[in-house]
Design a protein around this ligand. Structure first.
Ligand code: GSH
Length: 231
């Protein structure tokens, strides 16, 4: 509604921020995007997310909401009537969607990140790549079950797991190029490869997916900062 004030603190490259933006697009909700710089934190960010001091933060009529998947669920609940439902309506399906969203963030993404910030293409990187692929194969099976033959994990439209996993797609491609490893293999994950193409070209998603070359540049900058901090 017009009387609502909505701000999103974020950055173009952050997969977590992209989640919130996809959800807002799905619901057709307008918002003000406030870009945080790399390595700097605005007063508003520190005040709005004092616990983690991380983006994204959604500020709805002055009230901050933190953590990307919590923001996605909040948007789904507040604008329930607008656009398709992001979480499944069935409690069991909803539990499964949340399960995979947690798996993706807690188990799978840290392995991908390891590849991106690796100093050298060593044995550890190769091992992380194997584990990332194994995770994708698990998600391939999950897709088969959740999608029930439809286009997305969420069925006919982009839903919770689609957003949780799809936001990382650009970073998977960046990791492949940065470390010279193959993670996306049509032989191993045929369904997910088709899904990724549909996801990236969905209306709510397409203009939010960063160019891979820009992500690589950004990833190298983050890697340099982390390595400098570690020495
Ligand atoms: N679990 C958080 C979420 O899902 O929102 C992760 C958010 C996160 O890692 N944000 C990064 C950040 O703000 C940007 S991609 N990093 C700055 C920092 O940690 O100081």
């Amino acid at each position: 509604a017009g009387d609502q004030e909505l701000k999103l603190l974020g950055s173009w490259a952050s997969p977590f921020v992209i989640r919130a933006r996809i959800a807002l697009n799905l619901k057709g909700v307008g918002y003000e995007f406030l870009e945080e710089g790399l390595g700097t934190k605005s007063e508003l960010l520190l005040k709005s997310n004092p616990v983690y001091k991380q983006i994204p933060v959604l500020i709805h009529n002055g009230k901050p909401i933190c953590e990307s998947m919590i923001i996605v669920q909040y948007i789904d609940e507040v604008w329930a009537a607008a656009g398709p439902s992001i979480l499944p309506s069935d409690p069991y399906d909803r539990a499964i969607a949340r399960f995979w969203a947690v798996y993706i963030d807690d188990k799978w993404f840290p392995l991908l990140w390891k590849i991106i910030i690796a100093k050298a293409d060593d044995e550890e990187t190769a091992e992380a790549a194997e584990q990332v692929i194994a995770g994708l194969q698990l998600l391939e099976e999950a897709f088969e079950k959740c999608s029930k033959g439809k286009d997305f994990f969420g069925g006919k439209s982009v839903g919770c797991i689609d957003i949780a996993l799809g936001c990382y797609f650009g970073w998977v491609k960046a990791a492949e190029k940065m470390a010279g490893v193959k993670l996306l293999d049509k032989e191993k994950i045929p369904l997910l490869m088709g899904w990724a193409e549909r996801f990236c070209s969905a209306d709510a998603v397409k203009e939010l997916m960063p160019e891979v070359d820009k992500l690589i540049e950004h990833g190298k900058m983050v890697r340099a900062r982390l390595n400098a901090a570690a020495t």
